[in-house]
Design a binder for this molecule. Sequence first.
Ligand SMILES: *Cc1c(COP(=O)(O)O)cnc(C)c1O
Length: 392
Amino acid sequence: MKYNPDENGYYGQFGGAFIPELLYPNVKEIEDNYIQIIESEEFQEEYKALLKDYVGRPSPLYLAKRLSEKYGATIYLKREDLNHTGAHKVNNTIGQILIAKKLGKTNIIAETGAGQHGVATATVCALMGLDCTVFMGEVDIERQAPNVARMRMLGAKIIPATSGSKTLKDATNEAIRYWIQNPETFYLIGSVVGPHPHPDMVARLQAIISEEMKWQLKEKTGKENPDTIIACVGGGSNAAGAFYHYLEDEEVELIAVEAAGLGVDSGESAATSQLGEVGVIHGSKTILMQDEYGQIVEPYSISAGLDYPGVGPLHAFLHDTKRAKFMNATDEEALQAAYELTKIEGIIPALETAHALAVLPKMDLKPDQTIVINLSGRGDKDLETYIKHLED
Ligand SMILES: *Cc1c(COP(=O)(O)O)cnc(C)c1O
């Protein structure tokens, strides 16, 4: 497939594995085995059984009638918010924990920002009885107390990252540092980022989203393909999953929505495709927000899950080749979209997801247009933010 990485892990000019020598054998071991493991009957059986009985898949494809009426198009919501642990992230952690087990790894590490990936990782480690260490920025530990409590209850050890801005990027740096010192651990990365083969491995595990969309749409509309798919992008894993089986169906419009924070040109934003340039971050060549010296510019978004200074290499490629259209939404637009979905459909979305919903008013929609929005997660974790801004 044109959108798979080549043998060196490159999507066009993006990707690769920029790793220190010490990590090479560990990364090579994953690279040599991941596709064979994922495609094996044994893995597929175990993975699909857990997705069904533990996660609650297939996630419904819901025709949002009142939202459709409001925007004058046919809008479906892919309900990843109904998964166990409340978002798409568990699709990936279930898959990677099975791969780790096949490779004989017993010690799992992960990075987390808002704590969603940390919770999804701690959950599958509890499920499998494996040791779990989560790296998290000191600032995020304070901001995300409920998720920290969940991870502790699930048995994970939390290591605070105390460098830089003490947020996600710094937690990732700490996780990579630990990995270099302990190369036998399995680094369970939470998005389609990091050195090859992680971006491709995570994309293949999230691809279950579009695999289900195809047969669900066929059942409901008689056609496998919608006209448009919309997903929010932090690192890009829920978008990669929602796009995956449609990448080569060029007539399907793919829209990736980034967080504009206080506005793309405000200096407080995470709209990487607008502001970024080619560089290397966390082991991968991609587009990222950086200053003239190549130092990373701190990203900002009201949603912790979109607050990342880069995007995965697949998305850099989709942007470069114009296969996906990149749009963005500000904090305020996302908040309004979340209040709207809650009022007219009775669904409280995650703040990240609300960015995907927020582009509807900016689109030129047609009555016969079928749209799928990937509802990446639920809003329980964001209630405090929603209530605070309602009162403003
Ligand atoms: C983490 C998260 C995201 C952003 O991550 P991607 O890898 O870009 O998908 C989006 N939505 C929700 C609900 C999340 O928890």
